[in-house]
Design a protein. Structure first.
Length: 149
């Protein structure tokens, strides 16, 4: 995981924003200079380091009882393991769907719906269909205003 020196964009910055632009550019520049296995392992570790650092910063800004990881990224054992360790470090419950659900978006959406339903959370059947539905309704207010959300 350390065979190829790669940057960790935004690691150490005070806000929990993400950017992999510098990392992607460096990988593109170094492609072919290292064995594929070394590049892949080093890239994976750089991403894990960024995710853990950014999540650690975010956890410092909220009161959380759990750290949840879902979607395709939750299928990556290195990411999953590092975030589980971070949750333990902060005394948080770690929540992730079973691996077999992590690579199927329809299954992930259905699982989220099943969890909401089990918790007694339902939505009226007349809600509007929107192509872009933010996770945080407040995020839409700052889109395009030069504010990262």
């Amino acid at each position: 995981p350390k065979a190829v020196p790669l940057p960790r964009p935004l690691v150490g910055s005070a806000e929990p924003h993400f950017s992999f632009a510098g990392l992607k550019s460096d990988v593109a520049r170094k492609a072919g200079q290292y064995p594929v296995e070394d590049m892949a392992a080093s890239f994976q570790q750089a991403v894990v380091d960024c995710l853990v650092d950014r999540t650690r910063i975010a956890l410092g800004k909220v009161q959380a009882s759990a750290l949840v990881v879902a979607g395709g990224v939750a299928a990556n054992k290195a990411v999953r393991g590092a975030l589980e360790a971070l949750a333990a470090e902060h005394g948080l419950r770690f929540v992730a769907p079973p691996l077999w659900l992590c690579t199927d978006n329809a299954a992930m959406i259905a699982w989220a719906g099943a969890e909401r339903f089990a918790a007694g959370l339902t939505d009226p059947l007349d809600f509007p269909a929107r192509p872009r539905w933010p996770l945080d309704p407040e995020a839409e207010k700052v889109r395009g205003a030069g504010v990262k959300a």
